[in-house]
Design a protein around this ligand. Sequence first.
Ligand code: 4FL
Length: 262
Amino acid sequence: MNFIVLTIFPELFDPFWEYGIISRAIKRNKINVSAVNIRDFAAGKHRVTDDRPYGGGCGMVMKAEPLASAIRAAKITNSSAKTVLLTPQGRTFKQNLAREFASHKGLILVCGRYEGVDERICEEFIDYEISIGDYILTGGELAAMVIIEAVTRMVPGTLGGVDSAGKDTFSDNLLEHAHYTRPRSLEGEDVPEVLLSGNHKAIEKWRFETSLIRTFLKRRDLLKDRPLSRQEIEILKKWCRDIEKIIHTQSLFGFDALSGSQ
Ligand code: 4FL
């Protein structure tokens, strides 16, 4: 996977390439990376990359020509790469898109600054307009880093040990199960007994159940467009029965009955 970032602040990426899975992936030749200064493609003594908007108004617009030249140069290095513009107006970046991006040979990530990018660049040069969430940054650089990190994790051989990306949260539109490590008891809170049992089948079952229930409680939106398996339906039904049992017991012996207010 080849990442080329087009930015007016290439130095921002220097520390980013140096740490963690990114640096390891570079060393193992799983990815190669470069941050290219758009200013190098700007004309004139002052190499300006922005200009005032036609029609007036405040803020500046990124000029089309330097961006067009920078994108063309990046395409010469990697002709089959897809171009991605980071913009709050784009499609929201999700795990499935990280997987799709990882299947491309290369990505040219275009970081906008100022108020936006000349519209003709979006129309002529960009394959994907991507947002990392509904908020405004000062530029696309942090968004580009988010995408590079999420995509790199999806490139085979970039994660340590067994391929743990398959078990991640979102890998099946489910949140991951809870994790515990030592100590066994922390301020009166104990690690769930089953995890200490050594019974791998029971542990797997517990993890699957808690992963489904957590998703239901914390991110029900993830379950909306996802068909439930028979096993998952059984888990949710069992959970329903447990809740009904509690309600039933409460209505027989609950607050009202005990306090005698009825
Ligand atoms: C890019 C925000 C991607 C969210 C300002 C310039 C942005 C952004 N996702 N804000 N680019």
